[in-house]
Design a protein around this ligand. Structure first.
Ligand code: MRU
Length: 311
């Protein structure tokens, strides 16, 4: 039976909403590397579907799975999704498991979104202004979103104030993707440059910072899009909650702390101006580490964590 993966090409948003069709694992790896599909939970589902695709194509499944696992190093969900499907015996079971991972993502994110919204209402009050970073919305998952899932659930409860979001350089996941999603949701929002995020927090324009995560270490350190750490510092100084919304699959029991996580370093061309002198170098860290002591709460599909996830 011919099977293919269909996904939204996130590189073309917000201008163009179109899908791409993936027939091979190599095509999927290319889509992952150029961020056509991105965001930790979406990478988990892509990894799961990719292994199922390899199995139905009659490819060397363990070899293809290994290539997929390495397509991007930081979000643990990718390897998690690959391993979930790899553990199954037959191509039929692998496809069924991949579909299960996909469907489960929707339910889990809706659960964590509602749990996070309730936590914020209890802590902040009946109207919550939120600051967020990058894109942790439906695009980064299958539907619903994690940090934006909390925003969605606040709106559902009529408890959402204003949303501030960082543009998220260099690839503008905030200004392009989160702004697009918030507009679709009919949510009032304001985009700021990344370096203004801590000022928005310091001025108490937001009541809480809510972000997603690519990997949460056993000690509670949080790895997320570069620019998250300064927001956590600002939130601590301002005395407002810094909340991480992520499914349990983002918690990595095998990673003791944030320092042990491989931080993806992307191409210099993403940040150097084409006319930059050839002598200029670039260090394009894609993620940073927020130490556990700056995290007020981690909200997952199963619990609220105030401290170490593995205690
Ligand atoms: O490089 P990206 O766009 O894949 O980075 C995504 C993020 O950092 C998100 O905040 C994270 O994956 C959580 S998505 C629910």
């Amino acid at each position: 039976m011919n099977r293919r993966i269909v996904l939204i090409d996130q590189t073309l948003l917000p201008g163009t909403l179109t899908t791409i069709e993936i027939d091979t694992v190599d095509e999927l790896i290319d889509a992952i590397k150029r961020l056509a599909v991105r965001g930790a939970p979406a990478l988990g589902v892509a990894g799961a579907l990719g292994v199922a695709l390899a199995a139905t194509n009659g490819s060397d499944v363990p070899k293809e799975a290994e290539k997929l696992r390495k397509a991007r190093p930081t979000a643990v969900n990718l390897a998690w999704g690959v391993d979930r499907v790899l553990a199954k015996g037959s191509p039929e079971e692998m496809v069924a498991e991949a579909v299960h991972v996909l469907e489960d993502d929707i339910r889990r994110n809706a659960d964590l979104g509602r749990r996070g919204a309730q936590w914020l209402i209890d802590r902040v009050g009946p109207r919550v202004n939120v600051h967020t970073h990058c894109n942790a919305g439906a695009l980064a998952c299958v539907e619903w979103g994690t940090a934006l899932g909390v925003v969605r659930a606040l709106k559902e409860r009529d408890a959402l104030g204003h949303v501030y979001l960082d543009e998220t350089r260099p690839l503008l996941q905030g200004a392009r993707l989160t702004a697009w999603e918030l507009a679709q949701m009919g949510v009032e929002h304001t985009v700021v440059v990344d370096s203004a995020g801590p000022t928005v927090v310091a001025r108490r324009l937001a009541d809480a910072v809510v972000v997603g995560a690519d990997r949460i270490a056993a000690n509670g350190d949080v790895v997320n899009k570069i620019g998250t750490y300064p927001l956590a510092l600002a939130a601590a100084r301002a005395g407002i909650p810094f909340v991480v919304a992520a499914p349990e699959s983002t918690i990595d029991p095998h990673t003791p702390d944030g320092e042990s996580v491989e931080i993806e370093i992307r191409d210099a061309a993403e940040i150097l101006h084409p006319d930059s002198p050839g002598a200029s170098k670039a260090l394009n860290y894609a993620f940073d580490v927020t130490p556990a002591d700056l995290v007020t709460a981690i909200v997952t599909d199963e619990r609220i964590i105030n401290g170490k996830p593995l205690d």
